[in-house]
Design a protein around this ligand. Structure first.
Ligand SMILES: CC(C)(COP(=O)(O)OP(=O)(O)OC[C@H]1O[C@@H](n2cnc3c(N)ncnc32)[C@H](O)[C@@H]1OP(=O)(O)O)[C@@H](O)C(=O)NCCC(=O)NCCS
Length: 152
């Protein structure tokens, strides 16, 4: 079983495939048009992780000068909790560090224990709370925790 992490070129991005995977992972997954729009923005990096050449996860990172913002990050539910997300995020952080990046910010739902555990273990720290930032289909709101990784 081989895992491959890479930053995709625009030509390699298949927005339909990303949307399909995103919708499996989030209560309100993004549509392919949203990925197409992000593709037009040269500040946004598309990272993929494939297992035996099948896309199993991806991450979008916006980089403006020395600041990074993680826009989205997911691993196929069938492949979660096997170390794939960690491998992807570690590769992204390492590349960002080598390119002289100074900090990465992200938003995570307060109750998203598995993602928060992963971010904690990589050194991200809670930085602020966005009150009632997420709204679910049942009308329930949830706070977002803004986390920050300072690159050493
Ligand atoms: C968050 C996500 C990308 C992590 O990817 P993953 O491949 O499942 O993560 P990993 O297997 O690399 O796990 C990394 C760590 O997360 C934690 N973790 C992962 N799944 C977990 C689970 N089901 N329960 C508890 N902790 C879990 C563990 O601490 C694990 O650490 P370990 O390596 O010491 O065991 C993935 O779970 C996902 O796509 N979730 C749905 C979308 C989402 O919430 N994205 C993040 C939005 S901010």
């Amino acid at each position: 079983m081989s895992l491959k992490v890479k930053m995709m070129t625009a030509k390699e991005v298949d927005s339909g495939l990303l949307a399909e995977l995103h919708q499996k992972c989030f209560y309100r997954g993004w549509f392919w048009e949203e990925f197409e729009n992000y593709l037009k923005n040269p500040s946004i990096q598309f990272w993929s992780v494939s297992q035996d050449q099948k896309l199993v996860g991806f991450l979008l990172l916006m980089v403006i000068i020395e600041e990074g913002e993680l826009l989205t990050f997911c691993v196929d539910p069938a492949c979660q909790n096997q170390g794939i997300g960690r491998k992807l995020l570690e590769a992204v952080v390492e590349t960002f560090r080598m390119n002289c990046g100074k900090e990465i910010l992200l938003d995570v739902a307060e109750n998203n224990a598995s993602a928060r555990k992963l971010y904690d273990s990589l050194g991200f720290e809670p930085f602020a709370i966005r009150n009632q930032y997420y709204r679910y289909a049942n009308g329930v709101f949830e706070d977002a925790v803004v986390m920050r990784l300072k690159i050493k």
